[in-house]
Design a protein around this ligand. Structure first.
Ligand code: GMT
Length: 378
């Protein structure tokens, strides 16, 4: 198939997932065309069957905000037409689903029908989508998509709860590529980070408020009072500055390391004993899955899609949002019990294997075929 993929090219989970999906499809022989405003972070090197089309919204003194949506729609019309695409897959509803609808309508006026699949990732529904500035357009464009997928059952349920959706939403879970995310021996690394064999806790996020990084620090504060340990904070974003202040205030600067954005996250996960994800909202929790694939149990909140990924008492523990005492107690219990930790590590890997890209990719391929066939009949 010739597949167009639209996504945010940043470090966010939806962009990562969309890029890995496109690369995986290209490995299977499909021609994949990425249409984004910047080269996606994980698309830096050349790959057979992968093509990249950059959208640039022309600036003009009249525009306070460059009209990205219009530029993207025009680019999509071109790419669909000249690259003869079979299907367009847009990730993150805002504004991509609405833009794809506009491109579809323009193409229909030129006698070309392009089926559109929209994948809902989370904040496009739970945080931003329900905002009145976007809600009518989000609901309309989901209903006008030829196929809609959600990355967890919880996100599907929330979408149906918030909006009046006529389309059937198919759950296709996020996936993990074990070629990359697998536990490897990084003992030299471990020695550098934890020279006295301290336990290593890790958090990875974009440091937005919704991730509750403050809770990560508060959990760690309680853990390190009982168990010698270090915390690695990976990623960057609006809350980083506040978190640096908090670490200074709590006198934890020697125990906590801010590593910023990292490409080889799997090398850091290789030395981790526990992963912390106390988020306020999380449709799936791709970062938790990456940790589990590297045999790292997860201490998380029980919100959104997290219970579908992290199984309470098996691959980690779940607590109510904001209950740092419970999360810290669970972390201490696991870190103190070597046999339990070893068992949870094995369980985490086993659970992660359910989300192996090898199983999930064919679900997308079959869904594309189904949507294309359905569009031909209409
Ligand atoms: O979590 C973020 O802030 C980034 C966001 C995104 O759209 O890039 O992530 C969402 O999509 C990921 C990939 O499907 C999911 O794993 C995350 O759980 C989801 N984030 C939220 O729902 C907050």
């Amino acid at each position: 198939m010739k597949i167009g993929i639209v996504c945010y090219p940043t470090y966010g989970g939806s962009g990562v997932l969309a890029t890995e999906l496109g690369k995986g499809l290209a490995r299977k022989g499909h021609k994949v065309h990425f249409v984004t405003y910047r080269q996606p972070a994980r698309l830096a090197s050349f790959q057979e069957n992968v093509f990249y089309h950059e959208v640039s919204a022309a600036d003009y003194p009249l525009f306070e905000f460059p009209p990205y949506d219009t530029a993207l729609a025009s680019k999509l019309v071109d790419v669909v037409k000249y690259e003869k695409l079979d299907i367009l897959h847009v990730h993150y509803a805002i504004p991509h689903a609405a833009v794809a609808y506009m491109a579809k309508k323009i193409l229909i006026s030129e006698d070309k029908y392009i089926p559109v699949v929209t994948t809902l990732h989370g904040t496009d529904i739970t945080l931003v989508g329900t905002n009145q500035s976007f809600a009518p357009v989000v609901a309309f464009s989901i209903n006008k998509s030829d196929g809609v997928t959600a990355v967890s059952q919880s996100l599907k349920d929330q979408t149906n709860e918030y909006f009046k959706i006529d389309n059937e939403i198919k759950v296709i879970y996020n996936f993990i590529d074990f070629e990359r995310f697998r536990k490897s021996n990084k003992d030299h690394f471990k020695k550098a980070i934890a020279p006295n064999e301290e336990k290593i806790l890790v958090h990875v996020s974009n440091f937005r408020k919704v991730k509750r990084v403050e809770d990560v620090v508060q959990i760690f504060k309680r853990v390190q009072e009982k168990i010698p340990s270090k915390l690695l904070l990976i990623g960057d974003g609006p809350e980083r500055r506040n978190m640096e202040d908090l670490c200074r205030k709590l006198k934890l600067c020697d125990e906590i390391r801010f590593l910023g954005k990292q490409d080889a996250v799997e090398e850091l996960l290789a030395v981790a004993d526990l992963f912390l994800m106390p988020s306020e909202s999380e449709s799936f929790g791709l970062a938790a899955l990456e940790a589990m694939a590297c045999e790292v149990p997860v201490i998380s909140s029980n919100i959104g899609g997290l219970p579908e990924v992290n199984i309470h008492g098996v691959t980690g523990f779940l607590s109510n949002v904001g209950d740092v005492e419970d999360m810290a107690n669970n972390a201490i219990r696991l870190l103190k019990d070597k046999a339990l930790l070893t068992q949870f590590r094995a369980n985490a890997l086993k659970q992660a294997e359910r989300f192996d890209i090898e199983h999930i990719l064919p679900e997308y391929e079959n869904y594309y075929r189904e949507v294309i066939e359905r569009a031909k009949l209409d």
